[in-house]
Design a protein around this ligand. Structure first.
Ligand code: GTR
Length: 417
C-alpha cells in the first residue's frame, strides 16, 4: 500500500515537472523597486539602505513569509567535538541550540564539519536538510534526530521517526569531502528540528513558543519558511562565537523549499556573506507575476503552512502582489548571490528565476556593481558570472548535483577567498 502511494506520488511529481509549460513571456508588470512609499525615487545606496530596503522587507514580511517574533531567545551548548572524524579529514561538532521564552523551549542540533590541516578560521556553507543531519553523510558519529520526520519508504523511515538505516541517504546532495578539500566547512540543520513540515495551523515546532491562549493567528503570522530562516539566522549567532569559523564568510545555501528559505534568511540577516538558491522556484527565486510553472494557488494549496495567510490572497491574481521575487534578490545586495536552475525543472520556472536576478539589477547598480545586462536565459551548462551575480541552468531535473556544487565552490573562491 505504502509502495503504491509512494509510486503514485513520484509519478505525480514527474507529471507536474514535465507538464509545466515553459512560458517565454517577458511581458508582465513589476512594481518599481526604487520608488519609495512616499513616491520619491531612490537614487543612492544610502537611501536604499535607510528607506526603501526597510519598506521592501516589510512588504515581504506582511504579504509573503510572515513576521518573525522578537521574543525568542537562544543559547548554545557544544554537545560533541571529534577532532579526527571522517577518517581524520574533519573536525566534527554538534551544537545544541535551545530556543526559549517564558512559555516553552525547543532544541535543534547544528552539525558542523570543518576541514583539518588548514588554517582556521574557515569560511563555511550553512544549509538545512530534509531528513536529518545523519542523512548527509554516513559517518556513524553524526547523531540521529529525534524530531518528527516525513515517512519515506526508499529511506526506510516509518512512523515519522528517523533511524540508522537512513544514514548517508542524501550524501549525493552534500559532497562533504569535496567541500572540505576545497577549504570550506559545512554546517547543517535538520529543518524539522525547527518546524515539522506539515500543516498544523502554525501550532507545533518553534511556533508553539509564541502561542498562548490569547494568541490569534493573524494574516502575517510567520509560516514555516520564516521559521526555518530564523533557525539559520540563529545559527549565525553561534558562528560569531566559534573561533574555528570565519563569521564574515558564512554562505547560506538551500535547495527547493530550503532554497526559498536560504533567500529569505539572506534577506533578513545581512551577516550572511553570500546566498545560494538551488532550484528554489515559486516563492523563492522565480518571479510570481510571470505565472509560469508553479503558481501561487498551487503552492498555497499544497503547502498552506509555508507562507503567511496574507500570501494566499494573491492566488490566481499574482499581478496584485505589491512585490515580486526580484525584490527579494535585491534585499541581498550588495552581497554575492548565486541562483541555479535545472533544464527540466519547469515547475520552478528557470527563466523566471533568471529574470528575478535580471530585474534586481537597479539595486546592485546603486552599489556600482556590474550586473546582468540581458534578459535572455544563459546557455545550458554555461555559468554566467558577472560582478556579484552567478547563475546557471544545468541539464537534468530538480536536484542538487556535483555540477551545482562545483559552481558554488568556484563562486565562493571568487568572492571569499
Ligand atoms: C514542490 C513544491 C516546490 C518545491 C519542492 C521542494 O512540491 O511545489 O515549490 O519547493 O516541492 O521543496 O522539494
Amino acid at each position: 500500500m505504502k509502495k503504491i502511494v509512494c509510486i503514485s506520488l513520484i509519478s505525480l511529481l514527474l507529471f507536474l515537472e514535465n507538464s509545466a509549460q515553459q512560458n517565454d513571456s517577458l511581458f508582465f508588470n513589476l512594481s518599481d523597486l526604487l520608488k519609495s512609499y512616499n513616491g520619491n525615487k531612490i537614487s543612492t545606496s544610502d537611501e536604499w539602505e535607510s528607506i526603501r530596503r526597510n519598506e521592501v522587507l516589510e512588504l515581504f514580511e506582511n504579504n509573503v513569509y510572515g513576521k518573525i517574533p522578537n521574543n525568542i531567545e537562544v543559547k548554545f551548548s557544544v554537545k560533541k567535538e571529534i577532532k579526527n572524524a571522517l577518517c581524520g579529514k574533519a573536525t566534527l561538532k554538534e551544537i545544541e541550540t535551545i530556543f526559549y521564552n517564558q512559555s516553552d523551549s525547543l532544541v535543534a542540533t547544528t552539525l558542523i564539519l570543518l576541514p583539518n590541516n588548514v588554517d582556521k578560521p574557515v569560511p563555511l556553507f550553512l544549509g538545512m536538510n530534509f531528513y536529518g543531519n545523519h542523512t548527509i553523510h554516513a559517518d556513524t558519529s553524526i547523531s540521529i534526530s529525534s524530531s518528527w520526520v516525513a515517512n519515506n519508504v526508499q529511506f526506510c523511515i516509518e512512523n515519522n521517526k528517523a533511524n540508522h538505516l537512513s544514514r548517508g541517504v542524501r550524501s549525493n546532495r552534500w559532497p562533504v569531502e569535496r567541500i572540505l578539500e576545497r577549504g570550506y566547512g559545512l554546517a547543517n540543520i535538520y529543518y524539522g528540528d525547527i518546524d515539522p513540515d506539515f500543516d498544523d495551523g502554525f501550532q507545533n515546532g518553534i511556533h508553539k513558543l509564541v502561542l498562548d491562549q490569547n494568541h490569534k493567528i493573524t494574516g502575517d503570522e510567520w509560516g514555516s519558511i520564516s521559521a526555518w530562516a530564523f533557525g539559520l539566522s540563529k545559527a549565525m549567532d553561534y558562528f560569531e562565537t566559534d573561533k574555528d569559523v570565519d563569521k564574515n564568510k558564512i554562505i547560506v545555501f538551500g535547495h527547493s523549499r530550503l532554497g526559498k528559505t536560504a533567500l529569505w534568511a539572506g534577506a533578513i540577516d545581512q551577516r550572511f556573506a553570500m546566498v545560494i538558491s538551488n532550484n528554489s522556484g515559486c516563492g523563492g527565486a522565480a518571479l510570481s507575476r510571470r505565472k509560469s510553472g508553479e503558481r501561487l494557488t498551487n503552492i498555497n494549496t499544497a503547502f498552506p503552512h509555508w507562507f503567511c495567510k496574507n500570501f494566499h490572497k494573491f492566488n490566481n491574481q499574482e499581478e496584485l502582489l505589491p512585490i515580486d521575487q526580484n525584490m527579494l534578490i535585491a534585499l541581498i545586495a550588495p552581497r554575492p548571490i548565486y541562483v541555479a536552475s535545472a533544464e527540466s525543472d519547469l515547475w520552478a520556472d528557470p527563466l523566471g528565476e533568471y529574470l528575478s536576478m535580471y530585474y534586481s539589477t537597479p539595486v546592485y547598480q546603486l552599489y556600482n556593481q556590474d550586473v546582468f545586462g540581458s534578459p535572455k536565459l544563459p546557455e545550458l551548462n554555461q555559468p554566467k558570472i558577472i560582478g556579484k551575480y552567478g547563475y546557471h541552468i544545468r541539464s537534468g531535473s530538480h536536484d542538487v548535483t556535483k555540477y551545482d556544487w562545483e559552481q558554488y565552490l568556484n563562486f565562493a573562491d571568487r568572492h571569499l577567498k
